[in-house]
Design a protein around this ligand. Structure first.
Ligand code: PHE
Ligand code: ZN
Length: 735
């Protein structure tokens, strides 16, 4: 039994590598149980003091070790505790190591493994050291040349990164392929795939005229189910050119779908590997949400080509440098392809459901952690999703133009390098001539800030003052917190609807502005405010904080109908629903009847019938906060009361709005030929939200509608929605 703890690795201990591996030449003789790997590494010393060389080498049998063509004898090296060390090495040399590994029994899905007979690698974060001896750290950029030899019948497809430069037959029914990647890369981006796979081909011409061959490899028979992913890939490539000016840089881009994979997918240079569920889809098996997830993950991995691969991380503490930024980019991609407000609502729901609890619990850690024992445990909602929020705040502070200026600076300065989050922020600050030192605290301080807001209108002075406080609760290892720089997007909504013009300290700030909250407590006084406004705060969820403001029900109803920011409008509705449900839950707890507030129901009705709002957005508004979310707002969670209150409110909505709901449902019932488009998905979402409320009313007609929808649906979204209702309400009937 292993009892000792792994050592703690600290950001403050970082030192630049003492050696550089200029070239990595790998030869694989693939065999399920005993694969032979030869690594030829061209190494140069970078730190004159370093005498000995230490290579990472895990779970492999060392067969041969040569330095500049001379076999090393046992006294000259040591393989001990996953480190291969050579006591003395010259200034420059070629090290050649032959090892044997066993892909078949590798069930960790790290290193080289087999999935349904397909050889496949996963190297992020530290899987490469299970394939060949190497300096397995992200700041070790090397040029790779990879020769793959394998049985031709079982492995007709041989893939690695970069360009195919040679291939041919060998004796004994084997064949080979040689791949060369012109871009230096860290070992975690290395990939190899070999097996009997089918593929679909396509082509993309970049804006400067480069023709790129696209292929998606799948198991035989699944070709047609990869079509949607291929279209999503082409949309991603176009979008990155149009929005970020970033073009693809090789003549070939491959995606492989495998059935065994630890995560969603992996951005290996020009050879993305995916969990098959994020590639394969057809209307019979995939819901609209599945299609949207495929589009977003295909985009995410593609976008890594610039944010992650061309510019990579100096060390794993900087993981959010690539992940936070790339999640932000995939979020923006989806927002541009689909409904922007709905994407924001879904991301904030996710953040609140997963990241806020992480930040409030025993595992709370900063976006850039400062120590770890096991890097694989740091692929967290904080590093990914809060990391993306940090990038989004920079975007809110700098605006789209300033942000893109910063991106261009970042890429000009750091293309081909392994850098830090500080380098990224420095590029943003430098390109925009602003000081972001205070802002950087978001990277090192954990915990979700709590912001409270209180507004006061002075009718005589015609001013509206907004007092804001911030406080971040302590987290493990960080008892004392400092105030953060919080960009709070704000508008003042006129009682008659529409935004008032904002004047702050004599300066015209337009109809919406971003307040920079930098202290524990600050007051902003807006001048020339003709009528008492309602504040619309943290519009678009500009900062990942918990905001508390003393709003009456009437204010929430007003904002739910009149807020000019769709996110804030949804937020007002959810807060209203939550307040109301908590009150109903209390009543139920006292044994009283829970009453639904008719004003809330009316406000919801206005949203339902407002054809100016997009359907996907209306569907979000029609869905009450989840039982889980309500539970999180309670000290003692009474599951039955939550359920009863929620059902009561749904029934009240359905009773009052029955005709509108029915009309909205009927108007969208026709089965148009299925297409996984955002527009159709929005229509289905609204239709099914209506059906959910109708069925909650308990009428026989609505149950019949759900049964009919189940029987006649031409897609999985509608069928699942109907089935969920039929089972939840016990309406399944044999006919
Ligand atoms: N880098 C991958 C992504 O964000 C995630 C991943 C991490 C996959 C580690 C495998 C292993 O897309
Ligand atoms: Zn990623």
């Amino acid at each position: 039994m292993k009892t000792e703890q792994p050592p703690v690795i600290r950001l403050s201990d970082y030192t630049a590598p003492a050696f550089r591996i200029e070239r990595t030449d790998l030869t694989f003789d693939l065999d399920p149980e005993r694969t032979l790997v030869e690594a030829r590494l061209d190494i140069a010393r970078t730190d004159g003091d370093a005498q000995s060389l230490a290579l990472d080498a895990e779970g492999m049998e060392l067969l041969d070790l040569q330095l500049d063509g001379r076999a090393l004898d046992a006294a000259e090296f040591r393989l001990d505790q996953d480190v291969l060390s050579i006591a003395e090495v010259p200034e420059r040399f070629t090290l050649s190591a032959k090892v044997a590994i066993d892909p078949q029994s590798n069930t960790r899905l790290e290193g080289l493994y087999r999935s349904n007979g397909v050889f496949c690698t996963q190297c992020e974060a530290e899987g490469f050291r299970r394939i060949a001896p190497s300096i397995d750290r992200p700041d070790m950029l090397s040029r790779y040349r990879v020769t793959i030899r394998a049985d031709k019948a079982s492995c007709p497809v041989l893939l690695s990164n970069g360009n195919l430069v040679d291939s041919g037959d060998l004796e004994g029914g084997r064949h080979y392929a040689v791949w060369e990647d012109p871009f230096p890369k860290p070992s975690y981006l290395f990939a190899l795939v070999a097996g009997d796979l089918a593929w679909i081909p396509d082509r993309f011409t970049t804006k400067s005229g480069r023709d790129v061959d696209l292929r998606i490899y799948v198991e035989h028979g699944n070709e047609a189910r990869a079509r949607y992913a291929m279209e999503a890939l082409k949309r991603s490539m176009r979008w990155d050119e149009e929005r970020f000016g970033l073009e693809y840089d090789l003549d070939i881009f491959n995606i492989v779908a495998v059935s065994d994979f630890n995560m969603g997918a992996m951005e290996n240079k020009s050879l993305n590997v995916f969990n098959a569920k994020y590639i394969l889809a057809d209307p019979e098996t995939a819901t609209d949400a599945d299609f949207a997830a495929i589009e977003s993950i295909v985009g995410h991995e593609y976008f890594h080509n610039w944010t992650g691969n061309r510019i990579t991380c100096r060390d794993w503490f900087q993981l959010s440098l690539k992940e936070g930024l790339t999640v932000f980019r995939d979020q923006e991609f989806t927002a541009d392809m689909r409904s922007r407000p709905v994407k924001r609502i879904q991301d904030v729901r996710m953040l609140r459901a997963r990241q806020f609890p992480e930040d409030a619990g025993p595992l709370a850690h900063p976006v850039r952690p400062d120590s770890y024992m096991e890097i694989n445990n740091f692929y967290t909602a904080t590093v990914y999703e809060k990391g993306a929020e940090v990038i989004r705040m920079l975007h809110a502070l700098l605006g789209e133009e300033g942000f893109q200026k910063g991106m261009r600076r970042y890429i000009e300065r750091h293309d081909g390098q392994a850098v830090t989050c500080d380098d990224f922020v420095a590029a943003m600050a430098g390109a925009n001539d602003v000081d972001l030192d205070h802002f950087k605290l978001w990277y090192s301080q954990a915990g979700t800030p709590e912001v409270t807001a209180e507004g006061h209108y002075d009718g005589a002075a015609k001013t509206y003052s907004l007092s804001l406080t911030q406080r971040t609760p302590p987290t493990p290892g960080q008892a004392k917190k400092s105030p953060l720089m919080i960009p709070l997007s704000v508008a003042l909504i006129d009682p008659e609807g529409g935004n008032q013009t904002l004047t702050l300290a004599g300066e015209d700030r337009g109809e919406e502005t971003v307040l920079h909250l930098t202290q524990d407590r600050q007051t902003f006084t807006f001048e020339n405010v003709p009528r008492a406004p309602k504040p619309s705060l943290n519009r678009g969820f500009s900062a990942p904080v918990r905001l508390t403001q003393p709003l009456a029900r009437t204010d929430l109803a007003f904002l739910m109908a009149e807020d000019t920011d769709p996110f804030a409008r949804w937020e007002a509705g959810q807060q209203y629903a939550c307040d109301l449900l908590l009150e109903m839950i209390e009543a139920i707890g006292r044994g009283e009847a829970a009453e639904a507030d008719p004003a809330f129901v009316e406000a919801m009705g206005r949203t339902l019938t407002n054809d100016d709002l997009d359907e996907a957005f209306r569907a979000q508004v029609m869905v009450l906060p989840s039982e889980e979310y309500i539970g999180e707002q309670m000290k003692t969670v009474d599951v039955d009361a939550i359920h009863a209150a929620r059902e009561t409110l749904k029934r009240a909505i359905a009773d009052r709005l029955y005709d509108d709901l029915l009309a909205a449902y009927e108007g969208r019932r026709d089965n148009e030929p299925f297409a996984p488009t955002a527009e159709q998905a929005g229509r289905r979402a609204l239709k099914n939200a209506c059906l959910g409320l109708l069925v909650a009313s308990g009428t026989a007609d609505s149950a019949e509608l759900a049964r009919l929808q189940y029987d006649t649906a031409n897609n999985m979204t509608d069928r699942m929605a109907a089935m969920a209702l039929l089972t939840a309400y016990g309406l399944l009937r044999r006919r």
